[in-house]
Design a protein around this ligand. Structure first.
Ligand code: GLC
Ligand code: CA
Length: 553
């Protein structure tokens, strides 16, 4: 019954409720607005929505600083609205996963307030304290440059508290059994409300030992992760964890587990960074290498691939020289860069709004071994507003139409300014206009998503890269149940002639799934292809347009 693994061929779409659609005119997106846009998402082909944090929060870190895990921030609606939204999503066959932010709370969370004000409170040990300033107080910051320390003095508690992220995000002591029990309650709560799983925020830190004496890197407790997974699936068999874990390939299996017992899905940050290097340099070899290095995973596990997300494009895993190359190409200006390691821009401006490059980047992402994740607005090529602080620049409201504030709100002042400038402004970039134009990026994306869904080999199959004879062209072949699919991408601006071995001998044909430009191979089983600059091809091997002999499980 392995077909039951819904996430193997899902299309995940990431939404921040706050900036998607406002219906009550207060300038802030809400669940009612999201509900009204569900048909748009269904039309695009989205099968799973990932909601960024929408819980009560002072939102000093866009909701990643929670004050109540069991509710909806009143700005977005009520718990009743959430349940209505879940019902409407289910009606359209769309699953929902939500952010699980359990590494830290907001400094305003009642737990922390009790903890700091009363040393005898049961919540004291829910956080991480030190009487003396630990020696490593200025080490291990996640937001270097902006964040100055990982230990801050609390005058009320008369002690230092630990925070891996900003100082208003005290770390939970996840080694405390009561905290662990509470985390399970949170998971259990949202499962009862119908979610299909969780994007697990900052997972490596969640399972790390915390405290003044732990070394760097601190020891990690993967048994705890197993415990969470067990609980998750005991409560709901098809629920998943999608982990945010920007780790090196040799750690991947620790997160996936080897017995279908840890996370089912992980964002592939390693491939993501090498993909941007490939886009910047036109050289696909490090990307091929990164794919191979992250090949290993248990059969039920899956990679999640993406281009951009809600954070900066983190380039920390590249070599010095590679990073310099990506900075030069996509973020030459200091104000485009962030935390000394990344670029905070959206995809379209990085690629200079060049349609051919946007297509080849997205097409490549859709055909990587795993499940694609799209960030809201990237399907219409939205831009960024570099006047906004840190990562806010790429979190501006969705651009729906040419109405004031892009039809996002009728308020005078939206939560964040809507982009209004000649190239990426809502007058030129918006969903309504693009819906009417068959050649728009939106309609192109919709067609690609449809095609992607008809290629289950990508989500399920065995894959290998094929030699192309060119450092600029990557070809990946998937095999699954007697069907095969080949994706070819040229990341160079110039055309290239390549040859790929499709069979060891004998004539084969490659059916082009995106145009009628099919390919007939030679008697030697080799196909000789001419690919234009930034060109891409999706082929099915053999004479069949569709998978006809797809066996039942
Ligand atoms: C993750 C989120 C990021 C947030 C951080 C702290 O990295 O993606 O936006 O600031 O966790 O929760
Ligand atoms: Ca509103």
């Amino acid at each position: 019954m392995i077909n039951d693994l819904w996430y193997k061929n899902a299309l995940i779409y990431c939404i921040n409720v706050e900036s998607f659609m406002d219906t009550n005119g207060d300038g802030c997106g809400d669940f009612e607005g999201l509900m009204r846009r569900l048909d748009y998402l269904a039309g695009l082909g989205v099968t799973c929505i990932w909601l960024l944090p929408f819980y009560p929060s002072p939102r000093r870190d866009d909701g990643y600083d929670i004050t109540d895990y069991y509710g909806v921030d009143p700005r977005y609606g009520t718990s009743g609205d959430f349940v209505e939204f879940m019902n409407q999503a289910r009606e359209r066959g769309i699953r929902v996963i939500v952010d699980l932010v359990i590494n830290h709370t907001s400094i305003d969370h009642p737990w922390f307030r009790h903890a700091r004000s009363d040393p005898k409170s049961k919540y004291r040990d829910w956080y991480v304290w030190s009487k003396k300033r630990p020696r490593n107080w200025n080490k291990g910051m996640v937001f270097p440059g902006v964040q100055k320390s990982t230990w801050s003095w609390d005058s009320e508690a008369r002690a230092y508290y630990f925070h891996r992220f900003y100082d208003f995000q005290p770390d939970l002591n996840t080694m405390n059994p009561d905290v662990r029990a509470e985390i399970k309650r949170i998971i259990g709560y949202w499962l009862e409300l119908g979610v299909s799983g969780f994007r697990v925020d900052a997972l490596p830190f969640v399972i790390s030992e915390k405290g003044p004496h732990t070394g760097s890197p601190p020891p990690q407790d993967f048994e705890f992760l197993r415990e969470l997974r067990l609980f998750l699936q005991w409560r709901q068999g098809d629920a998943v964890f999608l982990a945010e874990a920007n780790v090196l390939p040799d750690q991947d299996l620790e997160y996936f587990g080897d017995n279908d017992d840890r996370v089912q899905l992980m964002f592939n940050f390693f491939v993501n960074q090498n993909l941007f290097y490939a886009l910047a340099s036109g050289d696909v070899r490090p990307l091929t290498n990164a794919l191979k290095k992250t090949r290993q995973r248990p059969i039920t596990a899956q990679w999640a691939h993406f281009l951009r997300n809600n954070d900066e494009l983190d380039l920390g895993r590249l070599t010095e020289e590679q990073r310099r190359c990506v900075f030069e190409a996509f973020g030459p200006d200091k104000k485009m860069q962030l935390y000394g390691r990344g670029i905070r821009r959206r995809l379209a401006p990085m690629l200079n709004d060049d349609r051919r490059r946007l297509e080849v980047a997205n097409s490549l992402m859709f055909t990587l071994p795993g499940t694609p994740v799209i960030r809201y607005g990237d399907e219409i090529g939205m831009g960024d507003d570099l006047r906004l602080q840190e990562r806010q620049c790429a979190r501006t409201p969705m651009q729906w139409s040419t109405e004031p504030h892009a039809g996002f709100t009728t308020a005078e002042k939206p939560v964040l300014p809507v982009i209004d400038e000649p190239i990426y402004g809502f007058q030129r970039v918006n969903a309504a206009d693009q819906k009417r134009d068959p050649e728009s990026l939106l309609n192109w994306t919709e067609r690609m998503i449809r095609a992607r869904k008809e290629c289950p080999e990508i989500g399920w199959g065995e894959w290998k890269t094929l030699a192309t004879g060119s450092p600029h062209v990557i070809a990946i072949r998937y095999d699954w149940r007697d069907n095969a699919f080949i994706a070819v991408h040229n990341l160079d601006s110039k055309p290239h002639r390549i040859r790929i071995d499709v069979a060891s001998s004998g004539r084969t044909s490659l059916i082009n799934l995106l145009s009628s430009d099919h390919s007939e191979g030679g008697d030697d089983g080799v196909h000789r292809l001419a690919i234009e600059g930034y060109g891409y091809r999706w082929y099915r091997v053999g004479g069949l347009d569709y998978i006809l002999n797809r066996r039942r499980s």
